[in-house]
Design a protein around this ligand. Structure first.
Ligand SMILES: [Zn+2]
Ligand SMILES: [Zn+2]
Length: 279
């Protein structure tokens, strides 16, 4: 069974346990590696978002930053803590980030500067927001129908979402792609919808050999893995590398349902597995 997990969160972002508690749990679970992928969510206009009242009330609201320089400072402090743990525990510990990829002018340059300044071990992309053509402000996925009542506009927002993940994949920045059909939580974004956009994304992953995750988070929430079986099947045909993730936000979520995910991959005959090769 896969004995590492690279998609995890601690109190540094919106998790419920400290990094040290998660590391101790990883040792208990027999993991040989753990990676922390704390949220990096920087948008200059977060406070202008109609979703801001909801976001502000979230227990992890501090992750919604408007300025990369704040994020650089915060990750520096966090990195020191992870380095302390690296010297104390007998497993490989990585520090990474789960990045919401935004497309307004200047964002990518600022992100690249963040990368240079913080020098984290790895990056994954996980887009949790929807936005207009000019990416003026992020809209919470669960509030799309509330703030964008026009169905044809909703469709455009969702199409743009998949095309944005495709852009993120093409940027060459990301080590793997998180929960590619996260937006199935939005009405009108079923497993079969937006297939041309999803297929374009899968083609990009195949072309550049970028892994996608099989996330067990969905199994905990609604009994269904991300991605949906129809996408997993297409990933298999395209020979896209896969990694199992738990997206753990608490100690007891670490490696949860990994055996179910292993079974699923075994039954499909999915053999192209991926692992970070660092240090
Ligand atoms: Zn995520
Ligand atoms: Zn996550």
């Amino acid at each position: 069974m896969q004995n590492f997990s690279y998609h995890t969160h601690t109190i540094f972002s919106d998790g419920r346990n400290t990094a040290e508690e998660m590391v101790q749990q990883a040792v208990k679970c027999g993991l040989s590696e753990i990676g922390f992928s704390e949220h990096l969510v920087v948008h200059k206009n977060f406070r202008q978002s109609p979703s801001w009242p909801k976001l502000e009330a979230y227990h992890g609201a501090h992750i919604y930053r408007t300025d990369f320089s704040e994020a650089i400072k915060a990750f520096e402090v966090y990195k020191a803590e992870i380095n302390r743990l690296k010297s104390l525990y007998p497993l490989k510990i990585y520090i990474g980030a789960e990045v919401d990829f935004f497309t307004y002018d200047g964002w990518l340059e600022e992100f690249k500067n963040f990368q240079k300044q913080t020098n984290l071990d790895y990056y994954i992309t996980g887009n949790h927001f929807l936005f207009s053509e000019d990416c003026e402000y992020p809209i919470d996925a669960d509030e799309l129908t509330k703030h964008i009542p026009n169905p044809s506009q909703q469709k455009e927002y969702l199409q743009r979402h998949f095309l944005t993940i495709n852009k993120a994949a093409q940027s060459g920045i990301f080590d793997f792609i998180a929960h590619i059909d996260y937006m199935r939580r939005v009405p009108g974004c079923n497993d079969e919808n937006f297939m041309p956009e999803k297929e374009l994304l899968l083609q990009t992953l195949a072309k550049h050999n970028i892994p996608a995750e099989l996330s067990t988070k969905g199994l905990r929430k609604d009994g269904r893995c991300y991605p949906a079986p129809i996408l997993l099947q297409k990933m298999l045909v395209l020979n896209i590398p896969v990694i199992i993730s738990d997206d753990a936000h608490r100690c007891d979520e670490l490696c949860r349902n990994f055996s179910d995910a292993e079974k699923l991959l075994h039954n499909l005959g999915y053999k192209n597995r991926w692992k970070l090769n660092k240090f």
